[in-house]
Write a protein that binds this ligand. Structure first.
Ligand SMILES: [Zn+2]
Length: 281
């Protein structure tokens, strides 16, 4: 490691991926990254996290993500409306999203889906916005980047109705139960895993499930700045998660799956390239 680089990550938190990695869920348009985004991306590269998919959760953030993707090599964007903001769905917003989906920088429709855990928008509003975005995915041919919490059954019902019309979908930050996981796998979906399984309090059940996900359906993500892994070997000031810590999550998943770390790294990267239709660098 370059001792002269001004890397604010403690030495113990500087992991390097055993192969190039793709962080499929990085909220780098979040305000917590406003002042040092370039340094965060540079640290990701040092950690061998060479490709970042920036999550677009509403029109403003999706536009920002697309702009960053246009400027920075190895950065791509998703464009959608998060279930928390589903109450704001409108025909005008649908058209603005449709425009964003035409740009080459946009590699998926989303983040969209259902979150019946918090219900910041009503379930009916969430279903309406998600249904419309399923339509936009079918129309554009782009894969879907899906958020689901406590809504596994309803999500599966809606996806089943659309499955033949959409190209592909990943359920990001999967935290559900075995039955839900197998329902998604039966629908031929992909699964995104975060540092949730590093959490002693609530990630325990996931550790027994990760082996059920076929290697070619699994992708990895930080969901930063959220979900900082709870079992990092050193404290991080500010507790902001960032893409440079993705190799730690890969190590954890490899451990609980009983898969070789380098093999897992290579496989998830190959899957992400295929899923988001990225050109090899
Ligand atoms: Zn999410």
């Amino acid at each position: 490691m370059n001792a002269t680089s001004d890397n604010p990550l403690p030495e113990a938190l500087r992991f390097r991926g055993p192969a190039e990695l793709v962080d499929i869920g990085a909220n780098l348009t979040h305000k917590s990254f406003a002042s040092d985004r370039d340094a965060v991306i540079a640290r990701a590269r040092e950690a061998n996290v060479t490709t970042l998919i920036l999550t677009g959760t509403d029109l403003e953030h999706a536009e920002q993500a697309v702009e960053l993707a246009r400027e920075i090599p190895g950065v791509h964007a998703t464009a959608g409306v998060h279930p928390h903001d589903a109450s704001r769905w409108s025909p005008t917003l649908a058209n603005a999203m449709r425009d964003l989906h035409r740009w080459g920088e946009t590699v998926a429709v989303g983040e969209c889906g259902l979150d019946f855990n918090r219900n910041f928008s009503t379930p009916a509003e969430q279903e309406r916005a998600f249904e419309a975005q399923l339509g936009l995915a079918a129309e554009s041919g782009l894969p879907l980047f899906i958020h689901e919490r406590d809504a596994g059954q309803r999500m599966q019902d809606m996806l089943r109705a659309w499955r033949d019309d959409i190209s592909d979908a990943v359920v990001h930050c999967f935290t559900g139960e075995r039955q839900t996981l197998h329902g998604y796998l039966d629908l031929d979906l992909h699964i995104g895993l975060t540092g949730w399984l590093c959490d002693e309090r609530r990630g325990h059940h996931l550790r027994e499930l990760v082996g059920d996900i076929p290697l070619e359906r699994l992708m990895v993500e930080t969901d930063c700045p959220f979900l900082l892994p709870r079992n990092l070997p050193a404290k991080l000031k500010g507790r902001r998660h960032e893409p440079a810590l993705l190799p730690w999550i890969v190590r954890e998943i490899a451990h609980w799956r009983g898969t070789d770390e380098a093999e897992l790294a290579r496989a998830t990267t190959a899957t992400a390239y295929r899923f988001f239709r990225l050109e090899a660098a």
